[in-house]
Design a protein. Sequence first.
Lengths: 139, 139, 139
Amino acid sequence: MQEKKKLALVVQSGTVDKLYCAFILASTAVAMGWEAHLYFTFWGLQSLVKGAMEKAGLPNEYKHLEEPMNKNLQRMKYPTPYEMLKRLKSSALFKIYACTPTMEMFGTKKEDLIPEVDELVGAATFLNIAADSDVNLFI
Amino acid sequence: MQEKKKLALVVQSGTVDKLYCAFILASTAVAMGWEAHLYFTFWGLQSLVKGAMEKAGLPNEYKHLEEPMNKNLQRMKYPTPYEMLKRLKSSALFKIYACTPTMEMFGTKKEDLIPEVDELVGAATFLNIAADSDVNLFI
Amino acid sequence: MQEKKKLALVVQSGTVDKLYCAFILASTAVAMGWEAHLYFTFWGLQSLVKGAMEKAGLPNEYKHLEEPMNKNLQRMKYPTPYEMLKRLKSSALFKIYACTPTMEMFGTKKEDLIPEVDELVGAATFLNIAADSDVNLFI
């Protein structure tokens, strides 16, 4: 049997534009039957803190586009990033990793994170997954 | 016959430093006989709106370097990002894709985009191209 | 004999969060016996100017997190990005490349750069290394 294709993302950013990129790519990959492995680090990791992802906005340089974008998203009934993450969790193809060095740097505890996180791991785990993936991106 | 090497870029940024990275990598790849596939999303997609790429500047944090950089570029007779894009279009190895989910989010229409865009596609098309590429980067 | 695994990074950013990402990934890769090839361009290249990396801070949007992060890093006795770079240089697996087009754009001379830089090269050298690598990321 042929092995599944794999997408591996480092999610370093926590702004809503980058979170959408990550979850749209992951949702598309999973819909195509690929595995999707998302490794959250730095500001991406911070967005996994309970309550944080709902507050994510656009970067300062694009703040003026937040209101028209949000209106379009509501009109389209587009899911929020956290809703996309929760839908993705219904698939066994989707895995979320929290970066342990970042957690130490910012004093983030396991219990601070949303329950959807699969594993707390270091960069070695991510590199091994990435080396075995078809598409790797740093977002 | 050996298949051509392939470069696949997600161009998510619209600032001039990132556009130069994308087009320098693409120009180099094409000069080496590789295919170069550029998928423009979010602020990258916005830079494909007619008249937008000519106005792209440095990110706010680096605005103070814009004037010295522009002077050096003029002295070097360096092409602008849009000039690089137009030169690249003379090669059949170079393709530009506009991200349809971004177009919906921002209410961007096909007729708003520069005529050099090859195709309007979703993330599935990009992932299939990327899985078949030698180098994938998210810019 | 099996060939070594390879990590190839474009380091386009010069903020301390991105530099940590680059050097943590590179240190992890080298510890696993992989080669790590880092190609510094734009703001990444600027951080290779003598004295610059020591001054790198967080991006403006996250400036308020700089003090708590630095306190944690000191408590953990975490190395600075430049200390990580110098430790990595003790390994023959680690190579630093400075992007020559960026040097021209910003009028940066070879003698302006830290002595740890291995080679001054253009994008073609990077693309050839990346095409031969297991993991490529643009940071």
